[in-house]
Write a protein that binds this ligand. Structure first.
Ligand code: ADP
Ligand code: MG
Length: 905
């Protein structure tokens, strides 16, 4: 167990946005612990000094905490070099699942959330070591500590006795109330820390040279011209003035400490300048410099963490804040965006420029823009939280190439997408799938599948290009959401165009409902109201307006797509159907999108009579896709808040001992043998069929005798086993439907002949009754966590390639949509008069698999194929599990990123 949390270090934010380092205490920290208890705390604090140790002198405490003992977890909170708090726990000898907790925070640091942060990390570390309860004695009058406990979000049990309170805190895993409390603390701390970056009162541009066209000078000029409301200073040791304004030789020499520093210095100067900024008290950095080597990256990170600075970049294009109270244009990408309500964060600067340009053409204003660059620290997750509460943003646009901590991101996004649409360009789709994977599940879990699952489960609108993103945003930004049913009425003044648009809608997954015949009366003779509606080119403006008004009131219609082609008949101004459209309202009961075939740009807004905006597209494919994204969002919002499902009766200790037992014997990891696999699955209530091990022909025959009566039609299956085998049937290692002793004996002899010395033995199983063969599996993605797969299974599963994938934890909704999404879903619902399969049993398999993988990151691949689903239940007849040592990891623990570029080897 190498990197157990609370045994390693991490950085995290306090409530006021200060960065704190959390790291285990050791012999070198004796002095600091002594100082904390002796000088950092008043007499009164020491008296209240919580629990057990409270009566001990500071020296004894320091002795106790700094001498490493197995079992003792002692975590220090450091602000720079100063120890500002400490939390520790040690399991009781007689009750190893309970640990006595102690906690101390320097007086000056009270009220900032140091204790809470320490407890979150300590609880996580304790859990990873098998501790299930914190226990502590506290003084009755110690209000501060009682508040800390009450606010944690964990249940607190109290017992009162003679002025003392005995406290017991169960460290439940995955408790939603606790996670929400942690989320909320994280959100506040994050926003506090980002204020200096996104609403700075003063800015320094370091490395602003006199050379026109240089990055620093460009940014400096933009900040000045952009009318920044705060102070802006140039730092350049080689120039006395830039553009007529004074330049200062260093950050220290500035008239005041800037909130934000923008760095445009050579890579080798970055760590030094960052350190200087930090020492001076700067609170945020935007690093435009690119090409930092590992040493430089590390130096930059160290300065940021040590001095509590949030960092954008390196390799950033800068940032912009359009709030009139700030008006900061600190980027060198393009024109200062118009103020508005779209939050934009991009990883690639080029995509940022393209995106801002398109938004400008379209007329969507920007609330804030951040070019994340190499994303050492500030990431999409931070920006989502900022926009969620900045009071200005109602549309979030992201371009992300990588995810530092996708599970935390997904959790934030899931919350934010409830209130504002979050759109992303899904980059990196073409990454080749995992070739040569040894299980069907692993083969199915390509990076694309994983990302899609993330976006879908978080309610993020994922698009395939910058244009598609802008086209979808254009609709979502100004039009109401359609009803989740997604029934579209297509109206055109030229039949063929209407048919193309209808095809585009159908291909985008939208429905085209039948329209009532009566509304035909409103149109010229020769018109057709079979959806698509053909108004004919003879339609007059009044007719079209009346028709649209009638259409929007139809219950069958959730959205309208109007496609208009200019014809010779339209050229008279009073005959122009486009004018008729614009003279109507833009905001109707249902969303409306226009396709204007003579429009030159892909999408633009047209202003309507009510002052509202109508998105107009040049192509019906784009319009239909935008509508489909809106429908997806409506569906997402209509679903109840996803709650993680529960899998009762999972025997974690048994599974733990099986996993540890295997990994102790095989430190390098590998595939479990069939019997251990069976025990492991059984511990989590997964329905593996009875499997008996036979090491030779005679035991096989004897086992088959016992199992035959359990088998369908009194038959058994026999499967050859040897360590490292992959797919058995293809090698002739599976014999099914064996009815007699002779059959079994013959089959075993055949195995012996075929596989020779390799054959370790065979598994005998009763034959399961036929049903629908499914694949159920889960793989651990190093960063995304467990990905659960359901698909059509059996030996042809890879050929069928019919699968649905979701990231753990699964919600009820995930379980439902996973089943319905399969092309083969109809087989499960019952075809040709057959009853449907037991879907509850299938859902239970998925839930338990997901829980197993969440509880044991060591289970890197688990493949149940097939799970035979029938009306009376589901049973698995073949399971494979691969184990690997993996550190325990809580994706939701509050900690700042550790960029791999700055870790180095
Ligand atoms: P592999 O996937 O390694 O080829 P399986 O154990 O999955 O081997 O067996 C292959 C196929 O044989 C299964 O997809 C299933 O159709 C059938 N089969 C295997 N065991 C049983 C059993 N106990 N009952 C019914 N059918 C079985
Ligand atoms: Mg199989």
């Amino acid at each position: 167990m190498s990197t157990v949390p609370a045994r390693t270090s991490a950085e995290a934010l306090l409530a006021d946005g200060t960065t704190i380092e959390l790291r285990p205490l050791g012999p070198d920290d004796h002095r600091a612990v002594l100082d904390l208890h002796a000088e950092g705390m008043s007499e009164e604090s020491r008296r209240l000094r919580f629990f057990g140790v409270s009566r001990n002198a500071p020296a004894q405490t320091a002795d106790r905490l700094c001498a490493p003992r197995p079992g003792l977890l002692a975590l220090g909170a450091w602000a720079g070099d100063q120890l500002v708090g400490e939390a520790d726990c040690e399991p009781a000898d007689d009750a190893p699942q309970s640990a006595e907790l102690a906690l101390a925070v320097a007086d000056r640091w009270h009220g900032k959330g140091v204790a809470t942060l320490l407890l979150e990390h300590l609880a996580h570390g304790a859990r990873a070591e098998g501790i299930r309860f914190f226990e502590a004695d506290t003084l009755f009058g110690n209000r501060a500590v009682h508040q800390v406990f009450a606010g944690l979000g964990l249940p607190v049990e109290r017992r009162y006795a003679e002025g003392e309170v005995r406290i017991r805190i169960p460290l439940e895993e995955g408790d939603e109330r606790y996670r929400s409390a942690v989320d909320e603390r994280g959100r506040r701390a994050d926003i506090a820390s980002l204020t200096a970056l996104l609403r700075p009162a003063s800015v320094a541009v370091v490395g602003a040279s006199r050379r026109p066209g240089s990055v620093g000078r460009t940014v400096l000029g933009k900040i000045r011209r952009g009318d920044f409301t705060g102070a802006v200073w140039a730092v350049n040791p080689h120039a006395e003035d830039i553009d007529g304004e004074p330049a200062y030789p260093s950050v220290r020499a500035l008239p005041a400490v800037p909130d934000l520093a923008v760095l445009a210095v050579p890579a080798d100067a970055v760590p030094g300048v960052a350190e200087e900024c930090g020492a001076a008290g700067v609170r945020a950095l935007v690093v435009l410099t690119s090409g930092l080597d590992v040493q430089e990256a590390r130096g930059l990170m160290r300065a940021c963490r040590r001095h509590s600075m949030r960092l954008v970049g390196p390799n950033s294009l800068g940032m912009a804040q359009t709030d009139p109270a700030v008006r900061l244009d600190a980027e060198f990408g393009g024109a200062f965006p118009r103020p508005g309500s779209a939050g934009v964060a991009v990883q690639s600067g080029g995509v940022g420029i393209a995106l801002l340009q398109r938004l400008a053409w379209l007329g969507i204003g920007v609330s804030s823009f951040v070019s994340l660059g190499d994303k050492y620290d500030v990431s999409g997750n931070d920006l989502l939280q900022w926009w969620e509460s900045d009071g200005r943003t109602d549309l979030a646009l992201l371009h992300l190439e990588s995810f530092g901590s996708p599970r935390a991101f997904a959790r934030t996004a899931r919350r934010v997408t409830r209130t504002i649409p979050v759109l992303t360009v899904d980059a990196g789709r073409s990454t080749a799938g995992r070739r040569g994977a040894a299980s069907h599940t692993a083969a199915a879990a390509t990076p694309t599948v994983t990302r899609e699952a993330l976006f879908r489960q978080a309610g993020i609108t994922a698009t395939r290009s910058v244009d598609e993103l802008v086209e979808a945003a254009a609709l979502l930004h100004v039009q109401p959401l359609p009803a989740p049913r997604g029934a579209v009425a297509v109206v055109s003044n030229a039949g063929g165009i209407g048919i193309l648009a209808a095809d585009a809608c159908a291909e985008a997954g939208l429905q085209l409902p039948e329209l009532p015949a009566e509304i035909r009366e409103l149109l010229p003779s020769g018109a057709s109201v079979r959806n698509p509606v053909d108004t004919t080119a003879a339609v007059g403006p009044t007719e079209l307006a009346l028709f649209l008004r009638a259409l929007e009131r139809e219950d069958a219609v959730d959205a309208i797509l109007v496609c208009l082609v200019p014809t010779a008949l339209c050229s008279a101004a009073d005959q122009d159907p486009v004018r008729a459209l614009l003279e109507g309202p833009a905001r109707r009961r249902v969303p409306i999108a226009a396709v204007l075939l003579d429009q030159q740009v892909p999408v633009r807004y047209r202003t309507c009579a009510d002052g509202g905006m109508l998105p107009a597209y040049s192509d019906s494919v784009a319009a239909a896709r935008a509508l489909a994204h809106a429908v997806d969002r409506a569906r997402w919002l209509a679903e109840p808040q996803p709650v993680p499902v529960d899998a009762p009766g999972c025997d974690r200790p048994t599974a733990r001992s099986l996993v540890d037992g295997y990994l102790t014997a095989h430190p390098e990891g590998g595939w479990l043998d069939p019997l251990t696999t069976a025990d492991l699955l059984e511990a989590y209530g997964l329905p593996l069929t009875t499997s008996v091990w036979a090491r030779d022909e005679h035991t096989a025959v004897a086992a088959a005798d016992g199992l035959r009566r359990l088998g369908h039609e009194g038959k058994v299956a026999l499967k050859a086993y040897w360590p490292g085998q992959v797919h058995k049937s293809a090698l002739g290692a599976v014999r099914t439907g064996l009815a007699t002793d002779t059959d079994v004996r013959t089959a075993y002899r055949e195995f012996a002949r075929r596989f020779g010395a390799e054959l370790a033995g065979a598994v005998v199983q009763p034959m399961a009754a036929p049903g629908v063969e499914l694949l159920a599996g889960v793989v651990q993605d190093q960063v995304f966590g467990p990905l659960v797969i359901l698909g059509m299974g059996g030996t042809a599963t890879d050929v069928l390639a019919d699968r649905a994938a979701r990231l753990a934890p699964l919600s009820e909704r995930d379980l439902t949509t996973m089943v319905t999404e399969l092309r083969g879903a109809t087989l499960l619902m019952g075809t040709g008069g057959a009853p449907p399969v037991d879907l509850a049993a299938v859902r239970s398999v998925l839930t338990r698999l997901s829980r197993l993988a969440e509880d044991f990151p060591e289970l890197v691949e688990t493949d149940l194929n097939p799970v035979i689903a029938r009306p009376d239940g589901a049973v698995c007849v073949d399971a494979r599990v691969r184990l690997e040592r993996r550190p325990s990891f809580d994706p939701y623990l509050r900690r700042l990123r550790r960029p791999s570029a700055a870790e180095g080897e």
